[in-house]
Design a protein around this ligand. Structure first.
Ligand code: ATP
Ligand code: MN
Length: 480
């Protein structure tokens, strides 16, 4: 094998130099007529076609060119004779780097179901669909950091193991080094966590918000982007036990500033994807249109994936209060005809995904931001409004998904927050430091959380959240 340096297929295709000698390394997608190898190296969704003159190569070598095998080819870049590609490589040297048994390789060159591919999560990234999703995921991570950096925000790492249980009682994963079969006990016969690794009960975090607030009240505008864990036993297409969340937190922002930022942020991400992920999005767009054709008319998307992204990027979101939303829902057709699983009767009801989606998909046909929710269905730290019934919370609702962002203005008044903490029976020793922020130089501040995988669902059109994270963690599933 020669010593020519490897070139990525994306570089070759973006600026092909006809007549140049190139070395490409990648995985075989197909090998047709003992002559045409479609090679993909992950740098782009597009394959490069390598043409072999079979008379020049050992039959034994050619028999090893199977779908899934890893190969290296050296050859001359020429204009393609065939349809479907502009250039191809006429192979001089051919090497198999890693064999793949044609009989056993799970991914044959045909369409596999997403359910099947979930069981092959170690290989599914080699399909066009998942290659596109992984690349877009990377672009979106980068765009998140770019957006906030351009606005002068600082990225802050918040802890993954947390000692404060205030937020997600009952939904947390315990972190312990105690022997599960024989834990130390207190005199009362309960597990003695004083003897545990941290000398207290600890869990995996459900949100970095409480900790990132400390940084907002010093650095001004900050955000955290990290893994979050929820032991909610809900097997839905929108919930993971382990997911990633982006949580900006801003001093001196009220709830309106917060909504403005959330809207600007997701519009920026949509535009970034449209401008920077064109080929992958074109592929997923076509995939979505094909999927829709298989569905009954009333379940089809009215807009294609690209149209949905354009729509979000270029249209103002609707903003209404919770109270207005309840009025709309109460008088809606599905409520009157008892089509909702949870009927809306009274002010104060928690909204379910079916209600959120009705507002977005049927009523307004636009992303909707709901704000000023009843305090009883929201977290203790949200700022009380003057009506004494609602808090300055806001949720951003998206088509096909429902809630994609949840946020609020935070209660910055010590007395009000302390009273609320007591009222809800939250032990003060869990929150002393959080309360103390309100004693020393407190200031109005706000923030929100965008579930990164929910966003990834929107930007790829994938309907199941298990398909937008490389290795999904869900109830009864932690393979890989
Ligand atoms: P939902 O009602 O949909 O379960 P939530 O009210 O529990 O959401 P928050 O606690 O406000 O959500 O979390 C902020 C954001 O994190 C949500 O808007 C959503 O985008 C995302 N999110 C929440 N739970 C999950 C989960 N289990 N898997 C993936 N993303 C999630
Ligand atoms: Mn939840």
């Amino acid at each position: 094998m020669g010593t020519l340096k490897r070139t990525k297929i994306s570089d070759i295709l973006s600026q092909p130099v006809i007549g140049e000698q190139v070395n490409i390394k990648g995985w075989v997608r197909t090998f047709r007529s003992n002559r045409f190898i479609a090679i993909n190296d992950g740098s782009t969704i597009n394959n490069l076609q390598a043409v072999v003159d079979f008379e020049n190569f050992d039959e034994a070598l050619l028999r090893r060119i199977n779908t899934g095998a890893c190969v290296s080819v050296i050859g001359k870049l020429v204009e393609s004779q065939g349809k479907g590609q502009q250039v191809e490589v006429v192979v001089d040297e051919l090497d198999v780097i890693g064999d793949a048994d044609a009989e056993k390789y799970p991914l044959q060159p045909k369409k596999h179901s997403l359910e099947f591919l979930r069981e092959k999560a170690h290989l599914r990234v080699r399909t066009s669909t998942f290659g596109a999703i992984y690349r877009i995921r990377h672009a979106m991570i980068f765009a998140v950091h770019k957006f906030f950096t351009e606005k002068g925000f600082y990225n802050v790492h918040t802890p993954i193991i947390t000692g404060s249980d205030a937020e997600g009682a009952g939904e947390m994963f315990r972190v312990t080094t105690l022997d599960p079969t024989n834990p130390p006990k207190t005199e009362e016969g309960e597990v003695n966590y004083k003897e545990d690794f941290f000398g207290k009960e600890t869990n995996l975090t459900v949100s970095g918000q409480l900790e990132v607030e400390t940084a907002a009240l010093a650095l001004g505008e900050v955000y955290t982007f990290g893994p979050t864990f929820r032991a909610e036993n809900s097997n839905t297409s929108r919930h993971l036990a382990e997911f990633w969340m982006i949580e900006p937190e801003m001093a001196f922002y009220n709830i309106n500033d917060n909504m403005d930022l959330a809207e600007e942020f997701v519009k920026y991400l949509a535009k970034y994807a449209l401008e920077n992920c064109k080929e992958d999005l074109d592929f997923l767009n076509k995939r979505g249109i094909d999927e829709d054709k298989q569905k009954p008319q009333n379940e089809r998307n009215e807009l294609s994936l690209l149209e949905r992204l354009e729509f979000v990027a270029n249209n103002e979101f609707v903003r209404i209060t919770y109270t207005e939303a309840i009025d709309i829902l109460k008088n809606s057709k599905p409520n009157k005809k008892k089509k909702f699983q949870y009927l809306i009767e009274d002010w104060g009801a928690d909204l379910q995904s079916e209600h959120e989606r009705f507002l977005v998909e049927k009523h307004f046909k636009k992303p909707v931001i709901l704000y000023n929710y009843p305090k009883n269905i929201k977290a203790f730290y949200m700022r009380a409004n003057d009506d004494d019934k609602t808090v300055a919370a806001m949720d951003v609702l998206f088509p096909g998904i429902g809630e994609i962002i949840g946020g609020s203005q935070r209660e910055e008044r010590y007395d009000v927050l302390k009273a609320r903490v007591d009222e809800m029976g939250i032990p003060e020793e869990d929150l002393w430091w959080y309360l103390e922020l309100r004693k020393y130089g407190s200031a109005p501040h706000s923030g929100f959380g965008l579930g990164f995988e929910r966003w990834m669902q929107f930007v790829t059109g994938m309907t199941n959240i298990r398909d937008v994270i490389p290795f999904p963690r869900t109830p009864d599933n932690a393979e890989f």
